[in-house]
Design a protein around this ligand. Structure first.
Ligand SMILES: Cc1cc2nc3c(=O)[nH]c(=O)nc-3n(C[C@H](O)[C@H](O)[C@H](O)COP(=O)(O)OP(=O)(O)OC[C@H]3O[C@@H](n4cnc5c(N)ncnc54)[C@H](O)[C@@H]3O)c2cc1C
Length: 380
């Protein structure tokens, strides 16, 4: 496994998370998938173990982990349960607009309860009519005295309805295009905030994906993030920082599927020998392992670029997310093939891993959009 520049403390932290994931998370994964209920016990576990605190600086109650260590944590959790890995990834996604551009007062008010895990965070950009073309959103925010009044809705929001703190993007000046979008911190219990449909979906079943509805929703003016018109930039900056986390989720799923395929192929006897004795299976395993390792290098590399404060990491962030999620689909599919008929059954986690892998090619920008980002950077 590629191990980048980790201190002894960081190595010990990752070892501890690996153990927690194996002993506490793995035994819950099938049930979480089966019931499709948000795993509050896993959220509590991550909070108690300070895993949710990782992406937050110590002055706001976090442990200030590096981006590299944070992606490694998401990877270790997702190796056994992608829904649990996503709890950490979305805590970062929903909070990052505050961390990146929030003023001191906003940081003091919101980051501590997010770092301790008392509150969950969500990130509301997508709408029914605007996904890849996020700037085509319809939700509007109109300033009235010391408040903004929000009207509209957001679709497919992870943690929607569970999160107390929602980073919401809305139009404040339609004529200005992307420069007319602003970002707000919207609390779940602000007047006019409600939750619409809760989606039933293919994978990451325990993660709640919901519609958020704003009906004359009253947001105090002090909850504007940055300045009016900064919203689109804030959303893109946030996604640049968090796509490596989705790459890490995909990487963890792929590693989990590889682990399963290796152990199964050594145990399954056909034609009087373990199926792993067949070169046809060995070559599949070798290709799977090589893809996983290549994805790991891309994910860790961009995480380190972020830690080093490099500015032009957007392309690498897209590459890591795109490549890791594409190989997660391939590797989980191959794992099912190696398990044969058993791979198709819910008795083994391979089919769940394939269903969970699929979303990593779609959210935080589909892989077509990642290719656009990469191509634009190349051609600029
Ligand atoms: C489970 C789940 C959780 C999610 N969580 C969140 C969340 O927490 N917050 C949030 O804001 N959003 C969230 N999303 C939304 C997600 O980011 C969007 O679904 C995604 O960005 C794609 O948007 P869309 O579904 O509208 O697809 P569309 O944009 O309609 O795309 C449809 C297809 O067309 C392709 N396409 C579109 N434009 C182009 C182009 N220019 N060139 C080539 N191909 C193109 C796309 O790649 C895709 O294949 C979530 C989605 C899901 C399914």
């Amino acid at each position: 496994m590629a191990v980048s520049h980790l201190s002894e403390d960081e190595q010990a932290l990752i070892e501890a998370i690996r153990e927690i994931a194996l002993e506490r998370v793995a035994p819950r994964a099938a049930e979480i998938d089966h019931t499709g209920e948000f795993p509050w016990d896993m959220k509590e576990l991550l909070a108690q173990q300070d895993i949710l605190a990782m992406p937050f600086p110590s002055e706001y109650g976090g442990i200030g982990a590096s981006e590299l260590v944070a992606v490694m944590a998401i990877e270790e959790l997702s190796r056994h349960c992608a829904t649990t890995g996503l709890i950490l990834a979305v805590q970062q996604l929903g909070s990052l607009p505050i961390l990146l551009v929030g003023n001191e007062e906003q940081k003091r008010k919101y980051l501590r309860p997010l770092a301790t895990g008392k509150w969950l965070a969500a990130f509301g950009l997508t709408e029914s009519g605007s996904g890849s073309d996020a700037a085509a959103m319809g939700t509007e925010a109109v300033r009235e005295g010391d408040k903004y009044i929000l009207n509209g809705s957001k679709r497919f929001i992870t943690n929607g309805g569970l999160a107390q703190v929602n980073s919401i993007f809305a139009i404040t000046d339609r004529k200005q295009g992307t420069r007319g979008i602003s970002a707000f911190i919207v609390e779940k219990d602000f007047p006019g905030f409600s939750v619409g449909r809760i989606e039933d979906k293919l994978g990451i079943k325990g993660s709640q994906t919901a519609e958020l509805i704003f009906t004359d929703c009253e947001v105090p003016a002090e909850n504007l993030l940055g300045r009016e018109g900064d919203g689109f930039k804030i959303a893109m900056m946030t996604l640049d920082h968090t796509r490596p986390g989705i790459g890490a989720q995909a990487l963890g799923i792929a590693q989990g599927a590889l682990d399963l395929a290796v152990s199964y192929s050594k145990q399954r006897i056909q034609f009087g020998q373990p199926i792993a004795e067949n070169q046809g299976i060995q070559f599949m395993l070798a290709d799977m392992a090589t893809k996983v390792e290549a994805a790991r290098l891309l994910v860790y590399n961009v995480a380190e670029m972020i830690d080093l404060g490099e500015e032009n990491f957007s392309k690498y962030s897209s590459m890591a997310k795109m490549f890791a999620s594409d190989i997660a689909m391939e590797v989980t599919n191959d794992a099912i093939q190696i398990l044969g008929g058993y791979g198709y059954m819910k008795e083994y986690p391979a089919e769940r891993m394939m269903r969970d892998a699929k979303i990593t090619q779609i959210y935080e920008g589909t892989n077509q959009i990642q290719r656009l980002v990469i191509a634009r950077a190349l051609l600029a």
